[in-house]
Design a protein around this ligand. Structure first.
Ligand code: TYD
Length: 131
């Protein structure tokens, strides 16, 4: 899998720390969309799909959650719990998110605008897609 954890700049300051993300610099794509997931009730899961084209970068701005990635051959779980690094998820990877802590906030940067037809919602179709 070509996914990876990317460490972000961290400007440590007694007034409070600061991190930032520049497109095509810290992350390997141009940002077309930003969304965030919040107020997730305990035990709920998100995701359960893959994107044909869209690439994403996921940061736990607050709290913690797990991102489970599957390329059709292997499955890996990443626990995100700090705002100074994130997980780069290339297209063509099945993605689930769960184990959200209370008040967690997941920031997601995307390489495409929202496009329903870019989703693969069926796991068997996904396996065909990555074959
Ligand atoms: P979805 O991507 O399935 O959420 P998740 O992967 O976190 O489970 O999106 C949930 C709903 O929100 C779906 O009806 C589409 C809508 N949506 C948008 O309209 N724009 C967006 O940028 C996103 C990410 C979702």
């Amino acid at each position: 899998m070509d996914e990876r954890i990317i460490d972000l700049p961290k400007i440590i300051d007694v007034r409070g720390n600061l991190s930032f993300i520049e497109e095509n610099n810290h992350i390997p794509f141009k940002i077309k969309r930003v969304y965030w997931i919040y107020d997730v009730p305990g035990g709920e899961k998100r995701g359960g799909h893959a994107y044909k084209e869209n690439k994403e970068f996921i940061v736990a701005l607050s709290g913690s959650f797990d991102v489970i990635l599957d390329n059709g051959k292997e499955r890996k779980t990443y626990s995100l719990n700090r705002s100074y690094y994130g997980l780069y998820v290339p297209n063509g990877i099945w993605r689930e998110m769960g184990n959200f802590s209370t008040n967690s906030l997941a920031l997601v940067l995307s390489s495409t605008r929202y496009d329903k037809s870019d989703y693969v919602y069926d796991y068997r179709c996904f396996l065909e897609f990555v074959k």
